[in-house]
Design a protein around this ligand. Structure first.
Ligand code: XIL
Length: 376
């Protein structure tokens, strides 16, 4: 089980590399500009524009502001200070998932999620549980069961995990990413093959409701704004599950935004999502400046403007929901350097997908979002 690198990792790839300690001091001393790197990686950047003065997001937003957290973040004073200032809800980024907890079916590991839950209680912030059932996890641990024992193990896992955090969290992503990647139908998974396409989802919500009757139970997915076909399939799936009696209490749209989508696409989906009258969690916002498809000739200024326009559209669409439906607005990390996108092997160390820069300073994007939230 590999953990993501410690979130406070500095962008040391900027230093000249040598044999001994990885730093070529001759090259370093020959490059006066680089001397600044001994004091801190962020000083290599060209002169930064003055960070905008932005009031804390949690103090101006008329709904909870969340971010993703890993237990290691609590050992990073800079992260703790920024989180205390800006957010009032946390989502475990990976340590409350099956891949962490379920080391084997007879041994569940709770050290990290317990630490996160305790920190939320100590700090007086809400905890959103993520995620009980996800297509991408648990296949090995659940392999070898016949259908009856598979169902019992499924129920037992949800009862143990959701039961453990009953009263310590406000909500769960009960089913994460059930829609097929291209948006055509549902994902095929070991869950659907053993318990039925809709069956595993209905069962998961029913078991979670039994384990924690007070938690708001979400179904959560991504690319719903980016891909209208997937968005529509998600909405139809929600409608079908609700009709089947699944106790779905909330709808999560991850909003890992493609900043090149047409204007209006986000607003239209958010309006449709809100039509169910359920709480909506904008659950994992990031807006990468990278183009996965390659051949990117946009200037940085063009990409930053596209990012601003789409993130503002998302914030405005969320604000347009009825107050009782605005569950939380969660950014998938605090500082750009905390982003999972910066731990991706395609990353060039320059992506700025989040609301605060590598040093935790506000950006023009932060000010743009704060302006929308401040409209009250
Ligand atoms: C990602 C985390 O950010 C990574 O640290 C982890 O290695 C993989 O999962 N949708 C989700 C999240 O629901 O759980 C994923 O988080 C990102 C996509």
């Amino acid at each position: 089980m590999t953990q993501p690198p410690h979130p406070s990792r500095c962008a040391s790839h900027l230093l000249p590399r040598g044999e001994k300690d990885g730093i070529d001091r001759r090259a370093l001393l020959a490059a006066p500009l680089a001397v600044g790197t001994l004091a801190g990686c962020d000083r290599l950047a060209v002169a930064e524009p003055t960070p905008p003065t932005v009031p804390p997001l949690k103090s101006i937003a008329p709904f909870p502001i969340g971010t993703a957290v890993m237990a290691g973040h609590f050992d990073d004073p800079a992260w703790v200070a920024l989180a205390r200032a800006q957010v009032n809800q946390l989502t475990p980024e990976w340590e409350m998932k099956m891949e962490y907890i379920l080391q084997s079916l007879d041994r569940l590991t709770f050290d990290a999620p317990d630490r996160i839950a305790a920190a939320c209680e100590r700090e007086g912030v809400r905890l959103h549980g993520h995620a009980l059932i996800w297509y991408s996890q648990g296949e090995q641990a659940f392999s070898g069961f016949d259908r009856t024992h598979f169902g019992r193990a499924f129920d037992r896992y949800i009862a143990e995990v959701a039961g453990r955090y009953r009263g310590k969290l406000v909500s769960w992503d009960v089913v994460n990413e059930p829609i097929a990647e291209d948006g055509n139908g549902l994902r095929d998974s070991h869950w659907s093959r053993n318990l039925g396409d809709d069956g595993y989802m209905i069962r998961a919500f029913e078991q979670a409701k039994l384990a924690d009757p007070e938690a708001v139970l979400f179904v959560n997915d991504y690319n719903l704004e980016n891909n209208p076909v997937k968005g529509t399939t998600f909405l139809r799936t929600v409608e079908r599950l609700l009709k089947a009696g699944a106790p779905i209490g909330g709808l999560g749209t991850q909003s890992h935004l493609d900043i090149e989508i047409p204007a209006g696409q986000i607003s239209r989906f958010m309006r449709d999502l809100g039509s169910f009258g359920l709480p909506v969690h904008m659950s994992e916002l990031d807006a990468s400046l990278r183009r996965e498809r390659g051949g990117d000739f946009r200037s940085r200024a063009q990409r930053l403007e596209q990012q601003r326009a789409r993130v503002v559209e998302l914030a405005e669409a969320f604000m347009a929901l009825p107050e009782r439906q605005r569950f939380a607005f969660t950014i998938w990390g605090l500082r750009d350097s905390d982003s999972w996108l910066r731990r991706d092997n395609r990353d060039d160390g320059k992506d700025q997908p989040l609301l605060f820069d590598d040093a935790g300073r506000a950006k023009p994007l932060t000010a743009a979002v704060a302006e929308v939230f401040g409209r009250g």
